[in-house]
Design a binder for this molecule. Structure first.
Ligand SMILES: Cc1ncc(C[n+]2csc(CCOP(=O)(O)OP(=O)(O)O)c2C)c(N)n1
Ligand code: SF4
Ligand SMILES: [Mg+2]
Length: 295
């Protein structure tokens, strides 16, 4: 479905959009799908309209996790699988900032799987852009959690025996309130979906099919084109049960578009509510006297 672009505007008080949010020249292999994702995030941020000092791009480790270097925003290149923990802390401490996480399928769903689960269920107000190339690109071609059964890689030379995880299914069933899937061969759709994700007040997950042209010769642009299914024009993203059915029956197909969206209180709102309630009952805490009890 075509994403609805008429939702909330950026926070009040923001300055005009920059003409480009791109930073230093990317070091990815020529033809890597991540170039397309970078161009789409840049365009989406231009349409979103916040200045670069109000945007932070947080990543883990991997080719796709090099993103903060290639953006002219604030950035945090953290540890493998830990982007969402850093981003959650940042968003709670500075709710006024727009926080975008970027990373790969290994970073998000293997070493980072635990954090992925808890960040989705907490409905943290973040945008998470996952570059799904179905391989570990940076470490030269090992099996990833999204690699298909039978796929031959350096770490599974006779074929992968593990059933893959569908990142959209994982995000949806773990509690994300915005779940979309797109591909780097369709920049118009990807830009529109990332813009919607930036505007979504809650955990917005965008799975971007982004070919690794160097270490995954099977899942290239043509493969993703041939296996992608745009959602029907009358798709209702508020229908959670329909989204579950869609992903459960997807098999080796990739539904493309805004799969699900709903509005629920975010982690930040819930923390603020409980803090206000306790302050009203008990007044301001004397932090020093509490600390002295343990000295
Ligand atoms: C704690 C830790 N374990 C393992 C590694 C090695 N490592 C670096 S990147 C990576 C996987 C990258 O794959 P993915 O997240 O899919 O990103 P891609 O390179 O494909 O974009 C691994 C295993 C590391 N840097 N740190
Ligand atoms: S190894 Fe693969 S994922 Fe990494 S930059 Fe090259 S093409 Fe992209
Ligand atoms: Mg990968």
């Amino acid at each position: 479905m075509t994403p609805d672009t008429a939702t909330a505007a950026p926070a009040a008080g923001s300055a005009a959009a920059k003409s480009s949010y791109k930073g230093s020249r990317p070091t990815w292999c020529p033809g890597c799908g991540d170039y397309g994702v970078l161009a789409c995030l840049d365009k989406a941020l231009q349409a979103y309209g916040r200045p670069e000092w109000e945007v932070v791009v947080v990543s883990g480790i991997g080719c796709s996790s090099r993103f903060p270097f290639f953006m002219n925003t604030y950035g945090f290149h953290s540890a493998h699988g830990r982007a969402l923990t850093v981003a959650t802390g940042l968003k709670l401490a500075r709710p006024d900032l727009t926080v975008v996480c970027t990373g790969g399928d290994g970073d998000a769903l293997a070493i980072g799987g635990n954090h992925f689960f808890h960040t989705m269920r907490r409905n943290v107000d973040l945008t998470y852009i996952l570059m799904d190339n179905q391989i570990y690109g940076m470490t030269k071609g090992q099996t990833a959690p999204t690699s298909a059964v039978g796929m031959e890689t350096k770490s599974s030379p006779y074929g992968n025996v593990e059933p893959p995880v569908d990142p959209c299914w994982a995000a949806l069933t773990m509690g994300a309130t915005f779940v979309a899937q797109t591909a780097s061969h369709d920049p118009a759709q990807m830009t529109a979906l990332i813009l919607e994700a930036l505007r979504h007040p809650g955990m917005a997950f965008v799975n971007c099919l982004s070919p690794c042209v160097t270490f995954n010769e099977v899942m290239d642009k043509e493969y993703f084109k041939a296996h992608g299914d745009p959602l029907p024009p009358d798709w209702d993203p508020s229908d959670f049960e329909a989204a579950i059915r869609l992903l459960r029956n997807a098999g080796d197909r990739f539904p493309l578009g805004l799969i699900h969206r709903r509005i629920e209180p975010t982690l930040g709102q819930r923390v603020e509510n409980i803090t206000n309630r306790i302050r009203a009952q008990a007044g301001e805490a004397d932090v020093l006297s509490i600390a002295r009890q343990f000295l």
